[in-house]
Design a protein around this ligand. Structure first.
Ligand SMILES: Nc1ncnc2c1ncn2[C@@H]1O[C@H](COP(=O)(O)OP(=O)(O)O)[C@@H](O)[C@H]1O
Ligand SMILES: [Mg+2]
Length: 455
């Protein structure tokens, strides 16, 4: 390019020396401008390269995400022409990308799903399509059931510009569902086992006491039976003499010697005592059975005060440090519910209370029952140290225990809580009593409105 020096301004007389000086300045200015333009160019070039790199990086990122997806993905335009598919789709169809891009969406589907495929752009424009079952063509011409979701895609001006379809093979969904179901079942089984384990642990503690409990009436019955055996012997001899027609005087003498009058007097109480002992044994056995195998869903009418007394008596009697128990119970309070569950909860509460009072010089337990229109509350209060604030939020957690290994499982309150709320439709709460000790409140619904059947 040729540049001529600038002409002097109009009206100015030509002064060659100055013109030359001015001309140089202009040249310098031109060179400076070109320099700056060139620098700008270089800057823009660098910027462009940087953006290009970022674009490629984004592209690679999207590609890697798409090919890592196990669900199939298809992007189509508003006419349903395929624009992009991911690796999972190519694998499923068994075709290369070139064979699909530009084709109509329905070629991915079997004949029966083709019309659905054709409608997809239209339907999706109105509203996203979710969990719709369709069949896609597999690589060997097979038909593959698939659950599809279809969402609209918009361009940068917010104009509907196509659809994004994702699909998951139904077989996989079913498998996932079954796996979930299995896991759930395992969890339920494990819970059941925990329940059983806790029961067994409490049972173990009770067994020693039960043996002691049984020992009493049984030795009582034994003693009575030995006495009766001796009496039978004497009566036999007396009756034989009588049948042989022994004279009156001889009979009289025998009667005195064998103390027949005493025998006749004693037989009644001996038999009564034995019966009582046998009944006691039978009651203990029945209790044991109720404790060991509470029938899970069996609801029945039972008398809450009697059940409470029984549970408290059991644990208290079989404890090495039996507390002084105060009962404040109504004469009778029929409840319709699961007796076994309530029994188990009460046994846990009383056992905990006794454990808590191990170091208490005069262990005392106050049990009372309150009642309102449709609930009964059994309140178990001990006179132990109460529950430290730090533990208060955790005592219902599974495996939370402050007892030494082998003594506490940490499951008693967890299970009792579950039984009280979920199984019995009631509640289990506690508080530290203002005058010391912990107080647990078991609240249960009284049950159906029907009156309890007789018997
Ligand atoms: N009456 C109570 N007084 C003080 N602490 C209690 C009482 N009842 C329960 N706890 C606390 O709650 C914990 C959890 O009780 P629980 O679930 O029955 O398990 P475990 O009796 O096997 O420890 C106990 O270890 C104890 O720290
Ligand atoms: Mg316990």
């Amino acid at each position: 390019m040729e540049l001529s020096p600038p002409t002097p301004a109009a009206g100015e007389p030509g002064r060659p020396l100055e013109v030359t000086a001015l001309g140089e300045e202009a040249w310098i200015e031109v060179v400076r401008r070109m320099d700056s333009i060139y620098a700008d160019l270089v800057r823009h070039q660098v910027e462009l390269e940087r953006k290009n790199e970022a674009l490629e990086e984004a592209q690679r990122f999207i590609d890697s995400v798409l090919s890592a997806m196990s669900d199939v993905l298809v992007v189509a335009d508003i006419h349903g022409r395929i624009q992009r598919v991911n690796q999972a789709m190519l694998d499923l169809a068994g075709l290369p990308e070139e064979a699909l891009v530009g084709q109509a969406l329905h070629i991915l589907f079997t004949e029966e799903s083709a019309s659905l495929a054709n409608e997809l752009p239209h339907r999706t424009r109105e509203k996203a399509v979710t969990d719709c079952e369709a069949r896609m063509r597999g690589r060997d011409g097979g038909s593959i059931p698939i659950a599809i979701n279809c969402n609209p895609r918009y361009d940068n001006r917010g104009v509907f510009s196509g659809i994004v379809l994702t699909g998951r093979q139904l077989g996989e969904l079913r498998r996932a569902y079954h796996e979930l179901q299995d896991a759930h079942q395992q969890l339920k089984d494990a819970q059941q086992q925990l329940l059983q384990a806790e029961k067994m642990a409490s049972l173990g503690r009770l067994v020693a006491g039960v043996a002691h409990e049984l020992n009493n009436p049984i030795s009582f019955v034994f003693g009575n039976m030995h006495a009766l055996k001796r009496y039978e012997d004497r009566l036999q001899r007396y009756l034989t003499a009588f049948h042989e027609g022994s004279p009156q005087a001889e009979m009289e003498r025998l009667r005195k010697r064998l103390k027949i009058d005493r025998v006749l007097q004693d037989i009644g109480p001996l038999i009564d005592g034995s019966l009582e002992g046998a009944e006691r044994v039978s009651a203990i056995v029945q209790n044991l059975r109720r404790f060991a195998t509470p029938r899970p869903q069996n609801k029945s009418w039972f008398d809450l005060p009697r059940l409470t007394e029984n549970a408290v008596g059991w644990v208290a009697r079989t404890s090495p440090t039996p507390p002084e128990v105060t009962l404040d119970l109504p004469e009778e309070l029929p409840v319709h519910g699961n007796e076994g569950h309530i029994h188990q909860i009460l046994i846990n509460l009383v056992q905990n209370a006794i454990d808590a009072m191990e170091e208490t010089p005069r262990p005392r337990l106050d049990i009372r029952i309150e009642q309102d229109a449709d609930h009964a509350r059994v309140v178990v209060r001990d006179h132990g140290p109460g529950i430290p604030e730090a533990d208060a939020l955790r005592i219902f957690d599974p495996f939370f225990t402050t007892k030494e290994v082998g003594k506490g499982t940490g499951l008693g309150l967890y299970i009792s809580y579950g039984l009280a709320t979920e199984q019995c439709g009631g509640a289990l709460r506690f508080r530290n009593h203002p005058r010391g000790g912990a107080e647990f409140i078991l609240e249960i619904p009284l049950g159906t409105d029907e009156a309890p059947a007789d018997g």
